[in-house]
Design a protein around this ligand. Structure first.
Ligand code: 13P
Length: 250
């Protein structure tokens, strides 16, 4: 049995007081014990988020990291810096990092490998563009992103990886993949894992769906056998919506 995960990617939202207020609602809520809950606030409030969640089961993730240990990389943050404030989980490969900031599969792969080697867990994101789905290349695109992004990750290290399938056309658009489309892709991802790693790895790795998950569609998405929870953008910014999605994953 895979423990479901519901992770909130806050993106560039919530200042310090807003972070404290959202987290105080989340930590005081009655949440199911069999769902892992993750929040990924912005870098400047990460330490406050770690403190605010220290007596809860909510884990705090960073939204990005630099693969280098230190040095002249203006504006960047290292794994060691994150570890020093108690963060050991990072979202990598998000389509906004790929599309807006030009992160290639190779750059993302370096970040994945470094993160894993220092003991971090990684939520690795990938997903096709609308044009790729329309032309029918979405399965190949996803396989390619997985094989390049996870290059060099061993069977054993796959324990530190959570996958997040986020079709780009469904992110922030209000247009969700149907439960059938999501399940079909998640099943494809599990076959990929089976071929690239082993059936054991394929059956153990959690695969989240992301892209306009809301309280109203979460249950139908999460009901599918290969969907192990969600990576939530907009709806993670409102406590009642996020908690309703967490409840749907139970
Ligand atoms: P939305 O839930 O706002 O579509 O965002 C999804 C996402 O990109 C999570 O990483």
């Amino acid at each position: 049995m895979r423990t479901p995960i519901v992770a909130g990617n806050w993106k560039m939202n919530k200042d310090l007081s807003e972070t404290k207020s959202l987290l105080s609602e989340l930590v005081s809520a009655d949440v199911p014990s069999n769902v892992e809950i993750v929040v990924a606030p912005s870098f400047v409030v990460l330490e406050s988020a770690v403190n605010a969640t220290s007596n809860s089961t909510i884990a705090v993730a960073a939204q990005n990291v630099n693969a280098a240990a230190n040095g002249a990389f203006t504006g960047e943050t290292s794994l060691n810096m994150l570890g020093s404030i108690g963060v050991n989980l990072v979202i990598l490969g998000h389509s906004e990092r790929r599309d807006i900031y030009g992160e290639t599969d190779e750059i993302i792969n370096k970040k994945v490998i470094q993160s894993i080697e220092v003991g971090f867990r990684v939520i690795f994101c990938f997903g096709e563009q609308l044009s790729e789905r329309k032309e029918g290349s979405h399965f190949n695109v996803v396989s390619e992103q997985l094989s390049l992004g996870l290059k060099g990750v061993t069977d054993q290290q796959m324990d530190q990886i959570v996958l997040a399938y986020e079709p780009v056309w469904a992110i922030g658009t209000g247009e969700t993949a149907t439960p059938e489309q999501a399940q079909e892709m998640h099943s494809h991802i599990r076959s990929f894992l089976s071929d690239a790693y082993s059936t054991e790895v394929a059956s153990k790795v959690r695969i989240l769906y992301g892209g306009s998950v809301k309280p109203g569609n979460a249950k139908d998405l999460f009901a599918n056998p290969d969907i192990d929870g969600g990576l939530i953008g907009g709806a993670s910014l409102v406590a009642s919506d996020f908690l309703a999605i967490v409840a749907a994953a139970e």
